[in-house]
Ligand binder design. Structure first.
Ligand SMILES: Nc1ncnc2c1ncn2[C@@H]1O[C@H](COP(=O)(O)OP(=O)(O)O)[C@@H](O)[C@H]1O
Ligand SMILES: [Mg+2]
Length: 269
């Protein structure tokens, strides 16, 4: 049941040419069977920025994020319409090589899911599969991505130890390093810190802030303080709509819509 007028949606696109767009959805709909869960979302994500997606539980944040690199393909009942433009490719087109596309648009999940392998092999595994076999090249990428993920100093002397022996926060940073190893352009993160304690959360947030130098990040979070701390732009999702989108500072201090204001001030969610 909708409490708010969903027809009054605010600015969702950037008009200024200085904003380089890394990814853009147009009239994106996601259906689970007959149920329409995402209802025509048009959003642009700026390159080398962090965009946060916030909104109440069940508003469709994860469904939308999963659409961006075709993770919904794995859900039988899910159907996605509309376009997802990445460079001049429509990610949603049936011609797209999904495996190849996901090297460019990677994903990190809510629960850290390292492989039951060594720290080193968690990163090297996919690289080997993609054809990097030389030890020197693997060593270099393992070190570089662990540095980028803010984990190198903690693990450089224990690369052969099992990843499962790491703390939750370290495991999540390892999963970020693993995603970075394939040199993605865009990284999608679904509540990447929600399973972590406050200290690990803060370390992961710092890591994400560092990463935007080289990557475009789209982060789903139910933690509004987190969105306010780390993101440049925030989209507020409500009942399958991207109701309001803009600079994070503006969304959190002067939202245009009553729904956004009620949500950020804790009236529902
Ligand atoms: N695999 C699925 N099959 C059917 N319905 C689903 C599935 N995943 C999510 N949904 C439906 O979509 C709604 C929105 O879910 P989700 O995108 O996970 O929202 P959020 O991440 O904002 O909490 C859920 O309440 C559920 O009804
Ligand atoms: Mg979710």
């Amino acid at each position: 049941m909708q409490k708010y007028d969903v027809t009054k949606t605010a600015i969702k696109t950037f008009s200024q040419p200085e904003h380089e767009i890394a990814l853009q959805t147009n009239d994106l709909h996601v259906y689970y069977g007959d149920h329409e869960q995402i209802k025509g979302v048009a959003l642009q994500f700026e390159r080398y920025k962090i965009s946060a997606i916030i909104g109440p539980s069940g508003s469709g944040k994860s469904t939308y994020l999963r659409a961006l690199n075709r993770m919904n393909d794995e859900i039988q009942s899910a159907k996605v319409t509309g376009s997802i433009m990445y460079r001049d490719l429509d990610v949603n087109s049936p011609q797209v090589d999904v495996y190849e596309m996901r090297k460019h648009i990677g994903m990190v999940f809510q629960r850290p899911n390292p492989f039951a392998k060594s720290i080193y092999d968690n990163i090297a595994f996919a690289l080997r599969r993609h054809g990097t076999k030389k030890k020197a090249a693997l060593d270099e990428i393992v070190e570089k991505t662990l540095q980028q993920a803010g984990l190198w100093k903690e693990v450089k002397d224990s690369l052969s130890k099992s990843a499962l022996a790491l703390s939750g926060g370290q495991q999540q940073r390892l999963c970020i390093a693993r995603a970075l190893a394939l040199k993605p352009d865009i990284l999608l993160l679904d509540e990447p810190a929600s399973a972590l304690d406050p200290i690990s959360t803060s370390v992961v947030e710092d890591t994400l802030t560092q990463l935007k130098k080289d990557y475009t990040l789209i982060v789903v979070t139910h933690n509004m303080q987190q969105a306010a701390r780390i993101s440049d732009y925030t989209a507020f999702f409500y009942d399958g709509y991207a109701l309001e989108y803009g600079a994070t500072n503006q969304i959190f201090t002067q939202p245009e819509l009553k729904a956004t204001n009620d949500y950020i001030s804790g009236h529902f969610g």
